[in-house]
Design a binder for this molecule. Structure first.
Ligand SMILES: O=P(O)(O)OC[C@H]1O[C@H](O)[C@H](O)[C@@H](O)[C@@H]1O
Length: 547
């Protein structure tokens, strides 16, 4: 990081933003017929359009200077070289190796990794083939019809999101996902499943996560009660980096799939953590998923800064968060099958970039990661879009849509979906002036007093930024590419903030306190050493649970 050059570029960006005349996005289109071409990029059929944000060529140029000063290119090279860029955990960050061809020469801190990666992939494929073909069966000899993946965080969100996204490609067993320690989750999932035809995958990088271990024990009891203790081995598989702990749980040999500490939990769906995805869509399509991500990796690694999709997305993210001071961003897939994408991106983005210290431990110099949230369109339009259009905060929106749906017989649905998607970004930008609102009301023959009373409520400030991401069709390749785009965007933003995107110390304190509170909640220990609120809440819970 060249601090001086960075500070100079940032000061220039802030000065341009805070100039006397606010940037008017709609006016920028009127004065520049080539604006869309200038502020959109394509990688094959993937298109990113950020022309509806408040940037011009000068801003993009300064953002590129900022990226150079922040050392984005050097850090990117260090990541691909397998250096231990996750400094607080002393680990390399090499999820890119998980989707690379066998011949790629990736090393994690000097150690070759590709043979191990492809060995696990081949074992996963053989396992999935035998489950899908019904040659690997349960204890009673019946094939598996249902998979229950037990995991949480990175061991749940990625596979759950991707499995749902790829529903048109499912030709394997049904996949279910249990994450929450709330017994309701596993109870509702197992209810209706047959133990004899259910395969349980326990997915945990550390194999110590209390939610996952608790749910795994409950699932084991469920199998034991129905089929006997000796049946357990035939109904469980495990995915972890902690192979000794898996063995201690009682899951053996060829049903255990490992990965490595250079794969962060939220970057792990490309590893054996993707086993449910592979079971659902088959090994060949899973490899297409990896290939899509690999294409994005190659692009990210080689393309110049301002022609580089993840870099541009990261630069605009930084511009919105740090220069424009927007607190959040909304991810709105106009694709029902991407319903879990916002939740997935919440972990990817907020667990990576929700930090307040720089890599060297000094306080963060700028705002860091924004609040990330969203829901699919068009549903969101009928719920929270009110705030996006007329609320007092500006929240940039990222629209995601596919040119083609998977239901050719439902073309009208898809056309409506796309029209709504485009209409929302247009409306956010254009808004509606007081004069336009008045004219609309007058056209309805309202009296002047009514026009004046109602018009202010119908004003849309407009000039609200959005990015639109389009691809041809949501298939395994396109999904892999899209996720990798967001992964590298998070990386770019982290370098601009100057933070380590690959640790997550912020989740530890709550875990420690929960462990200490369990005996208190269970009534085995008093709450005297707790603050009055916590003690009062425990009292309420204990009393109400009994009466
Ligand atoms: O895969 P596991 O080791 O069970 O971890 C599951 C999740 O829990 C942790 O609390 C972390 O915050 C996440 O990054 C992780 O994905």
């Amino acid at each position: 990081m060249d601090r001086n050059a960075f500070d100079r570029a940032l000061a220039a960006l802030r000065a341009s933003r805070e100039g006397p005349v606010p940037f008017d996005i709609a006016a920028a289109f009127r004065s520049d017929p080539a604006r869309f071409e200038a502020f959109s990029l394509r990688l094959d059929d993937l298109l990113i359009d950020w022309s509806k944000t408040a940037v011009d060529h000068a801003v993009m140029g300064r953002l590129a200077e900022l990226a150079r000063a922040a050392g984005v290119e050097e850090r990117r090279a260090a990541m691909f070289a397998g250096e231990a860029i996750n400094t607080t955990e002393g680990r390399a960050v090499l999820h890119v190796a998980l989707r690379a061809p066998a011949g790629a020469g990736f090393h994690a801190e000097g150690e070759a990794v590709m043979a191990g990666v492809h060995d696990v992939l081949d074992r996963m494929a053989a396992f999935c083939d035998s489950v899908r073909q019904g040659t690997l069966v349960g204890a009673t000899g019946r094939p598996f019809t249902d998979i229950v993946n037990i995991g949480i965080g990175g061991s749940d969100l990625g596979p759950a999101m991707a499995t749902q996204a790829l529903a048109p490609f499912h030709d394997g067993p049904r996949c279910h996902f249990v994450s929450n320690v709330d017994g309701a989750h596993i109870a509702d999932t197992l209810n209706g499943l047959e133990p004899a035809t259910t395969l349980v995958i326990v997915a945990s990088k550390t194999f110590t996560t209390v939610e996952t271990m608790t749910n795994a024990a409950t699932a084991r009891t469920w199998i034991e009660r129905a089929l006997g203790r000796e049946a357990v081995g035939a109904h469980f598989a495990a995915v972890s980096t902690a192979l000794d702990k898996v063995a201690a749980f009682g899951i053996g040999g060829e049903r255990v799939f490992g990965f490595w500490d250079w794969v962060g939990g939220r970057y792990s769906l490309w590893s054996a953590i993707g086993l449910p995805i592979m079971l659902a869509i088959g090994p060949a399509r899973f490899r297409e998923f990896l290939a899509g991500a690999h294409t994005m990796d190659e692009h990210f690694r080689a393309a110049p800064l301002l022609e580089n999709l993840p870099v541009v997305l990261g630069l605009i993210g930084f511009w919105h968060r740090v220069v424009c001071r927007y607190p959040a961003r909304a991810i709105i897939p106009y694709d029902q099958r991407l319903a879990r994408l916002p939740a997935y991106l919440q972990q990817l983005d907020m667990e990576s970039n929700g930090k307040s210290v720089l890599v060297d431990g000094a306080p963060a110099a700028t705002a860091t990661g924004p609040l990330v949230w969203g829901e699919p369109g068009t549903n969101g339009q009928h719920a929270f879009f009110q705030l996006l259009h007329q609320g007092t905060d500006v929240i940039p929106v990222e629209f995601i849509a596919a040119a083609r749906g998977h239901e050719p017989e439902l073309e009208t649905h898809h056309a409506l979906l796309l029209a709504n998607c485009l209409a929302q970004s247009e409306a956010l930008m254009k808004g509606r002036t007081l004069e336009e609102a008045r004219a609309q009301l007058r056209a309805r023959d309202l009296a002047d007093a009514a026009v004046e009373a109602l018009a202010p409520h119908r004003v849309f400030a407009g000039n609200r930024p959005s990015i639109t991401i389009l691809h041809k069709s949501l298939d395994p390749y396109a999904l892999g590419r899209l996720i990798a785009l967001y992964e590298h965007r998070v990386f770019v933003e982290a370098q601009l903030f100057g933070i380590n995107a690959f640790d997550q110390w912020g989740v530890e304190l709550g875990k420690e306190l929960a462990t200490a509170l369990l005996p208190v909640v269970q009534g085995k220990r008093g709450a005297d050493d707790k603050d009055a609120s916590t003690a009062g809440l425990v009292r309420y819970l204990r009393t109400s649970a009994r009466t």
